[in-house]
Design a binder for this molecule. Structure first.
Ligand code: HEM
Length: 465
């Protein structure tokens, strides 16, 4: 792509949306090759379309009106300025639904009332202050997991870090939200079951325009996964009811919550909320951390700077209180999340006609953008957009609106602070103990999941320091 450092500003217009043209996009014989390209390469395929058609594109997808955005100004309109015109897209709400559950997690509700109730209930538990008070719990879970990596270092065998980081993310979430430690057998079952669930969800999302009744691969394993997870969470709730505590963790908050008429949340609803906090909080954070470790292993000089920053803590057990002293480690996580692209897509449904970039967005259209493309667009990130250069986050001019890892606006990720604390503390704890080396000639490639993983995992060799 020839780098253009200044993006054209989308054309604002005062015309009613109905008077505007639909966005351009591949039509006629150009449809099939464009569609195949998107299926083959959902990460960088959108960039090729943008070069040809601009920043608002009507995608050539059968049975669905999908509109791809490429400019942060239009994405900001969807997330913030025109927010009331957009809701969660069925592409997400349908594929995320727990099969057989009469409820949905509040995050997937279109109804602002239901969503707002869930957000108001849990937001206080995800603030910097509330999370800092859990400091010891973070440190405990992280140290235990990272110390466990030492056996591979002693054997001299490579360790697949992505899977380890999923276990770490689950341990942190269970500690922080449910005050609960996960045993080794339970961890193994949780990891495989959540993986089955997320693969099934990814398949459903990718094939969303096809009729719901069409059989799709991996759905049976996903449904079995939902069943097992539901029983597992029911046990957690039963254990807490049998031995109540007065901690103000997320589980107690859900158990104590009341609807407006004073009735408690139904048990099924409580489990659904719990499940989607686990789903929303573990794969995402683990994938972001996996990319960070992978990129640092590939860039030893940058890793050395993280080590220096970490060593300046003097070997202290790292907790949320150290975050202010680890700005470079944080910048590495930001930079890795940028290149990774976080969630594959974060689609929104147009609840009414709208105008974006001078085009009509018809009511009922699904509007989406590719974080991988946006995060690597040289118009916003400069000619070195594809390079791992954490310093760009410390120079004070990173284009915030072109970084959508956590979304933006009122529906921005609830767990963003938790994710930063977890990632930076994990990085620091690991760098205190080990050095990491990648296999020879190793390339990091995207793995198509709801959150972008690393294809083939992150098999690093660890050496104790
Ligand atoms: C690196 C880690 C993470 C990434 C990249 C990430 C990304 C996202 C994104 C893109 C959204 C959608 C925002 C929107 O619709 O505009 C979201 C929403 C959400 N995330 Fe995260 N997330 C991460 C970690 C977490 C964690 C640790 C939790 C905590 C359990 C969490 C809980 C949620 C919840 C509850 C929502 C729904 C918010 C709402 O609709 O109000 N996330 N996240």
């Amino acid at each position: 792509m020839s780098p253009t450092l200044h993006a054209p500003t989308p054309t604002p217009t005062t015309l009613a949306p109905s008077a505007l043209p639909l966005p351009p996009g591949p039509r006629g014989p150009a449809r099939l090759p464009a569609l195949l390209r998107l299926i083959r390469d959902p990460w960088f395929g959108p960039a090729a379309l943008q070069r040809r058609y601009g920043d608002v594109i009507r995608l050539p997808v059968p049975f669905a009106e999908l509109i791809l955005l490429g400019h942060p100004d239009q994405i900001a309109q969807v997330n913030v300025a025109h927010r009331e015109r957009y809701g969660r897209a069925a592409m997400v709400t349908d594929t995320m639904r727990v099969q057989g559950s009469p409820h949905h997690a509040s995050w997937f509700e279109d109804d602002d009332g239901e969503w707002a109730r869930g957000r108001k209930l849990l937001q206080p538990h995800f603030t910097q202050k509330a999370l800092a008070e859990l400091g010891g719990l973070f440190t405990e879970a992280i140290v235990e997991q990272v110390d466990g990596w030492g056996a591979a270092a002693d054997r001299g065998a490579p360790l697949e870090l992505h899977e380890q980081l999923k276990a770490l993310a689950l341990a942190v979430l269970y500690n922080a939200m449910f005050s609960r430690r996960i045993g080794p057998d339970e961890m193994h079952r949780l990891l495989t079951t959540l993986d089955d669930r997320m693969v099934a969800t990814t398949v459903r999302t990718a094939t969303f325009p096809l009729p719901g009744w069409l059989p799709r691969p991996r759905q049976a394993a996903g449904a079995r996964g939902d069943d097992w997870l539901d029983h597992h969470l029911a046990e957690l709730v039963a254990d807490r009811r049998a031995a109540p505590t007065d901690v103000t963790d997320v589980l107690n908050v859900l158990l104590d919550a009341r609807y407006g008429d004073g009735t408690p949340l139904e048990d099924h609803k409580i489990r659904t909320e719990m499940l989607f906090l686990v789903i929303g909080g573990h794969e995402t954070t683990a994938a972001g951390m996996a990319w960070t470790f992978a990129l640092l292993a590939q860039h030893p000089q940058i890793a050395e700077r993280v080590r220096e920053e970490v060593d300046a803590l003097g070997g202290a057990a790292v907790g949320p209180e150290h975050l202010g002293r680890l700005p470079f480690a944080r910048a590495c996580f930001d930079e890795a999340s940028r290149l990774q692209g976080s969630l594959v897509i974060n689609p929104k449904l147009a609840l009414e006609d709208d105008e974006l970039g001078g085009y009509r967005i018809p009511r009922g259209a699904t509007v989406l953008w590719s974080n991988v493309t946006l995060h690597r667009d040289p118009r916003f990130w400069g000619a070195d957009a594809d390079r791992f250069r954490p310093d760009r986050w410390l120079e004070g001019n990173a284009p915030a609106a072109a970084f959508q890892a956590f979304g933006r606006g009122p529906r921005m990720c609830l767990g963003k602070r938790l994710a930063y604390i977890e990632a930076v503390c994990t990085l620091a704890t690991a760098f205190q103990r080990y050095r990491f080396a990648p296999p020879p000639n190793w390339e990091i490639r995207h793995q198509y999941r709801m959150s972008m993983g690393v294809r083939g995992g992150v098999p690093l060799r660890l050496a104790r320091r």
